[in-house]
Design a protein around this ligand. Structure first.
Ligand code: SF4
Length: 384
């Protein structure tokens, strides 16, 4: 491996945007979800533990070197720039820069283990890696990773406990749906039973569980099923976080083939919100206490967030207020949001006058439903 370099994988959950990224495996071992195009042309590999440890050493060395340039609470930026420029290669400079950004702008207490399903590693290997992170980065408070439901269900309770003791704090899992019919449709390679068994084991071990729900992914035919069965899983498992990722049919994805074959009909943008409402309406606040977050620009209403027990009625009320707006206002907000303005509908008036005029004109002039949905889709397709 090139000197002074560590691997950097392609993605992390939005909530880990400020974490240091440590690549433990490469790509996705499943790689069959029909909505996902992320790793389609890449093959999965585990990385040897010794290689990952070397990456941790390089990160720790950069951290030490950068922190050595801090005097009386201020970084000596000239010395840091010189050190950056003295790096032997561009890749080494990128790595140095990543550690610097993490130290200065990121969450200095968090590390995320990449890529798509780190939990697929043999538990003893992952334990060794997590322990080594703790040893070299004793300041770290949170180590997190992705883990697919089917993988979680196969890991023993004992191994989860050992992972927890080693220092794994949180697992993010793309459940997407709690419905077996939907999971099969999208080739998720997991069942509702996997989600419940795997999720319960994670929680039982004292590891935080953060699951992702994809409203709309079941299409028109399975919308109710998607909402109700997902709520059922959430009630059973009681995850710490439920994160919304509204489904968008990506151009070039295998979901397109399903649609073109007449096997799938995408819902209207607004109906995906109705589905979120339906899922929430089936939550049992006596059993589900975690936090629902809408931490992705792809969600129409970013403000739908809160604890599933104490904030449930206010979240429902918030959605209902939006759904009760006149069509004209709903459309204006939809368009503004899909154009990338990250605002609450109550603040539409804060748009720049020229943006306001554009939004009003387009939402008034496009009356054909298909044309309207196609327009929204053109904007959202670029987000993911
Ligand atoms: S498990 Fe995750 S990364 Fe892998 S194909 Fe499915 S969605 Fe994509």
């Amino acid at each position: 491996m090139e000197q002074g370099v560590f691997q950097i994988g392609p993605i992390r959950p939005p909530s880990e945007a400020n974490s240091l990224l440590l690549r433990v495996t490469e790509n996705c071992p499943w790689n069959k979800c029909k909505f996902c195009m992320l790793y389609k042309n890449s093959t999965f590999h585990t990385r040897p533990v010794a290689e990952v440890k070397k990456d941790i050493d390089v990160m720790a060395e950069y951290r030490d070197r950068i922190l050595a340039h801090m005097h009386q609470g201020e970084y000596d930026m000239q010395a840091i720039r010189q050190e950056y420029l003295s790096m032997p290669t561009d890749d080494a400079r990128i790595c140095y820069q990543m550690v610097f950004t993490w130290l200065t702008e990121g969450d200095r207490q968090a590390i995320f283990l990449q890529d798509a399903n780190t939990l697929v590693l043999r538990p003893e290997w992952l334990i060794e890696i997590v322990s080594y992170v703790r040893e070299r980065f004793p300041e770290i408070q949170r180590i997190t990773s992705y883990g697919r439901a089917n993988t979680l269900a196969r890991i023993s309770q004992e191994d989860f406990k050992r992972l927890r003791e080693a220092g794994l704090d949180r697992i993010h899992s793309g459940y997407e749906s709690g419905s077996d019919k939907v999971l099969q449709l999208i080739s998720k390679g997991a069942t509702q039973e996997d989600e419940i068994i795997g999720g319960k084991k994670v929680k039982e071990a004292g590891i935080e569980l953060s699951i992702y729900f994809m409203p709309g992914v079941g299409g028109k035919a399975l919308s109710d099923e998607n909402a109700i069965e997902t709520a059922k899983v959430i009630n059973e498992v009681n995850p710490d976080f439920v994160r919304l990722r509204t489904f968008i049919l990506r151009t070039g994805s295998l979901m397109e083939e399903l649609r073109d074959a007449g096997l799938y009909q995408e819902q209207r943008d607004i109906d995906k919100l109705v589905e979120i409402r339906k899922m929430l309406a089936h939550i049992d606040p006596k059993r589900a206490h975690g936090k629902l977050t809408s931490d992705h620009i792809i969600n129409l209403l970013q403000e739908v967030t809160g604890y599933l027990d104490k904030d449930l009625s206010s979240m429902l009320e918030y959605i209902d207020t939006f759904l009760a707006l006149p069509d004209r206002e709903q459309k204006q907000y939809q368009l503004a949001r899909r154009m990338g303005f990250p605002l609450d509908w109550k603040y539409l008036y804060r748009l720049q006058p020229q943006d306001q005029a554009r939004v009003e004109e387009m939402s008034k002039n496009i009356v054909d439903e298909k044309e309207w949905e196609a327009l929204l889709h053109r904007f959202t397709d670029r987000y993911i």
